[in-house]
Write a new protein. Structure first.
Length: 218
């Protein structure tokens, strides 16, 4: 004689299935959050890398960098105390484009066989009402004609990146300092994720340098 399935057994099976499905759901949700966290962190890493590459590539194309912007410090301690909103926290350099089709002998006394593009990176508060950051980075360009006269009508200013925690430009003049004679960039950005029950925080803090080269054309 075959015994039927009781209600108690059915309930036990349902409870076990509920527990198993609940555990699987928690594992899946945890894995999904982990994947989202990795992707979000990778995004901010990529953003920082693109910004650093853009600035360093810009500098490598520069023919000369302003001797006062950014400022020069004796050591890293002074540089770490350099405020983001200091008026001197700017990066200024010029790119020179020569026109070798022009015969120097045919040029006017005030004329040269090149034009220039002045580039300035500056940092501003995103919200003027805030005492500090977050900050936004701007890139401003001003062309000069072949008579070394500025062309204000062609001046441009664009926002390169925002939500920056910290960004300063500086030089070190201590000959015993590592990478002496280089131009430095210290950047920090933080991502806050409030989607979950707690606030996740991921910070990228990077210091890089570029060797100065070139000089102002004669």
């Amino acid at each position: 004689m075959r015994r039927g399935v009781t209600i108690v057994e059915i309930m036990m099976v349902l409870i076990l299935m509920t527990l198993v499905l609940g555990a699987l759901y928690r594992i899946f949700s945890s894995a999904q959050r982990g994947a989202q966290e990795v992707m979000s962190n990778q995004i901010i890493n990529d953003d920082v890398l693109r910004l650093v590459n853009k600035i360093t590539d810009d500098l490598r194309e520069a023919n000369f960098i302003d001797e006062h912007l950014p400022p020069t410090f004796n050591d890293e301690t002074q540089a770490r105390n350099f405020a983001v909103l200091d008026p001197k926290n700017q990066l200024m350099f010029n790119k020179v484009k020569y026109d070798f089709t022009k015969d120097p002998a045919t040029l006017a006394p005030d004329q040269v066989n090149y034009t220039q593009l002045r580039v300035v990176y500056s940092v501003k508060k995103m919200d003027p009402g805030q005492a500090t950051g977050p900050y936004a980075l701007f890139r401003e360009t001003l062309p000069f004609d072949d008579r070394r006269k500025a062309v204000p009508a062609d001046k441009t200013k664009v926002e390169v990146m925002n939500n920056i925690d910290h960004l300063v430009f500086y030089r070190l003049k201590n000959p015993r300092a590592p990478r002496h004679g280089n131009l430095y960039l210290h950047l920090r950005m933080t991502r806050l994720d409030r989607a979950g029950p707690t606030t996740e925080k991921f910070t990228v803090d990077i210091t890089t340098s570029v060797k100065e080269r070139g000089g102002e054309p004669e």
